[in-house]
Design a protein around this ligand. Structure first.
Ligand code: NAD
Length: 502
């Protein structure tokens, strides 16, 4: 494809350990959100490409499943070392296609390294249980085995971390994997595949098919795919969960979110305001764990809004690769329109726009919009109910912790929720009663270290197993063995004998 006479590179699929491209394939443009310019194109695969990738995975799956777990872990360790070595390269790919700041992208790569570290401990994760003498001469034991071919479908906001958290765990468990990355940010995944191959991963164990809905449909209906991992928006997650389950597959589908941060009257308000702007506007609000609602408890609301507003006004919007940018652009013009529409409606539905990011949309061609803060947001307003996925923070005012919990728990989503307080009693009560998968106490974005599971409640996750530490159960199935060995007659053996001769 050419744009303005310039020939654009095309991001290839990755099948059987090599880049694969097809002449005449439909392509989609990858746009740098900071400039609006097309960087390159990506092939959009359909059922035929998915068939090829799944066949490649299937042909590699058996040998990979038989490869001893510590040998698999050694390859993952080599992959980890390459991720560290290529951190800056991966960081700049993320920033160019997704738009987040280089510092934030670097953090994403660091979190991916952590996910690989957890995957290298597969020997420990896959250990089963043993019960001796459950009947006379009978023992029962269990272990876990891989599923075969697993597939992952990932969103645009974490081009490296979400794919890695899926495929590192699945592959460590002895599965082969087919990844369908977001067509908006596809380049990083191909670089990951090259690095994994360099680390010694056998051909076919990891494959990538680029594309959109057609590729997803082909994966979830493919008879040789045993499990589907999905991360994206709630409507798509719900549908993928339903259809994959109907097709008899294991499925985990993580969806969208609206995360609350409750600020108690005894909290350090400066720390809370710092946390609010970081968690609401970092990555331009395009994180599933971004804070979208500040719940101000008691009489501190005016002070909290004033402190947060000052910080929001100082938050610098600019290209992700520019020094001094606190947040980059949104992924697309459509996303900008969604934020504008939400702010337009907010005022009509009772909200007070205290900081208006629309005034800050200065970069001509890029998808920039500044941070917004809206006070007195009603819980029946569209701004409160919809997932805006942009740099907009709503403030809801309540009288006490009980009312705060009622507000948080009435949300259909349950990805993350936090409280800022000086009281251990309030913190514990919040942690015990709040309906959310990840909970923070004086921590604004409580994404747990990968040694714990990750996944929300309610409409934020369909399926009962999450990512990271939970993934080992998802990517394996248990087998329970009950055995009886009758003792062979030993006969008379009065002397020492050589080892192994009996
Ligand atoms: P999205 O749902 O639009 O797309 C996700 C993936 O699904 C992409 O690969 C896309 O190609 C594919 N897809 C899109 N529409 C589809 C359809 N109709 N049928 C089948 N496949 C389809 O999400 P996005 O805009 O890329 O990512 C942002 C969303 O992801 C937000 O809602 C965010 O909260 C969510 N997210 C959730 C988590 C989590 O852990 N819960 C993590 C990251 C992002």
């Amino acid at each position: 494809m050419t744009t303005n006479g310039v020939h654009l590179e095309t991001v290839p699929h990755w099948i059987g350990g090599a880049s694969v491209g097809y002449t005449g394939a439909t392509k989609s443009e990858i746009v740098d959100p900071a400039t609006g310019h097309t960087l390159r194109t990506v092939e959009l695969g359909g059922a035929d490409v998915v068939d090829e990738a799944v066949a490649s995975a299937r042909s590699a799956a058996e040998a990979w499943a038989s490869t001893p777990t510590p040998v698999r872990a050694t390859i993952l360790l080599a992959f980890r070392a390459l991720l560290l070595e290529h951190t800056e390269e991966l960081t700049s790919i993320i920033t160019a296609e997704q738009g987040k700041t280089l510092a934030d992208a670097r953090g994403e790569v660091a979190r991916s390294v952590e996910a690989v570290e957890v995957a290298t401990s597969a020997v420990q994760q896959l250990k089963g249980e043993f019960a001796e003498q459950v009947s006379r001469g009978v023992d029962t034991y269990s272990f876990r085995q891989p599923l075969g071919v697993c597939a992952g479908i990932t969103p645009f906001n974490f081009p490296v971390m979400v794919p890695v958290s899926m495929f590192a765990a699945a592959i460590a468990c002895g599965n082969a994997f087919v990844l369908k990355p977001s067509e908006k940010v596809p380049s990083a995944s191909v670089r990951l595949a090259q690095l994994f191959a360099e680390a010694g991963l056998p051909n076919g164990v990891f494959n990538i098919v680029h594309g959109g809905v057609d590729a997803v449909n082909a994966l979830i209906s493919h008879p040789d795919v045993s499990a589907i991992s999905f991360v994206g928006s709630t409507p798509v997650a719900r549908e993928i969960y339903r259809r994959s389950a109907e097709a008899g597959k294991k499925v985990q589908a993580l969806g969208g979110a609206n995360n609350h941060l409750v600020v108690m009257p005894d909290a350090d308000l400066d720390a809370a305001a710092d946390a609010l702007v970081s968690a609401a506007y970092g990555a331009a609000g395009q994180r599933c764990m971004a804070v979208t609602v500040a719940v101000a408890v008691g009489d501190i609301a005016d002070q909290l809004v004033a402190k947060t507003a000052r910080r929001a006004e100082d938050f610098r919007t600019g290209p992700g690769n520019a020094d001094g940018s606190d947040m980059g652009p949104l992924i697309s013009e459509t996303a900008i329109e969604r934020v504008r529409g939400a702010l337009d409606a907010a005022a009509d539905q009772g909200g007070t726009v205290v900081v208006d990011g629309r005034k800050n949309s200065t970069e001509a061609a890029g998808h920039f919009i500044g941070p917004s803060l809206v006070d007195h947001v009603r819980t029946d307003s569209d701004l409160y109910k919809d997932e805006i996925f942009g740099p907009v923070l709503s403030v809801v005012r309540v009288d006490d912790l009980e009312e705060a919990l009622r507000v948080v728990n009435a949300s259909p989503y349950g990805n993350g929720a936090s409280i800022f307080t000086a009281s251990g009693v309030a913190g514990r009560r919040f942690a015990h009663n709040v309906r959310a998968g990840s909970v923070g106490i004086n921590v604004p974005i409580p994404v747990p270290i990968s040694w714990f599971g990750f996944g929300g409640w309610g409409d934020s996750r369909f399926g009962d197993e999450g990512l990271n530490y939970d993934a080992y159960r998802f990517y394996t199935k248990a087998k329970v063995i009950t055995q009886r060995w009758t003792e062979p007659r030993q006969g008379v053996a009065p002397n020492f004998v050589a080892a192994g001769s009996q």
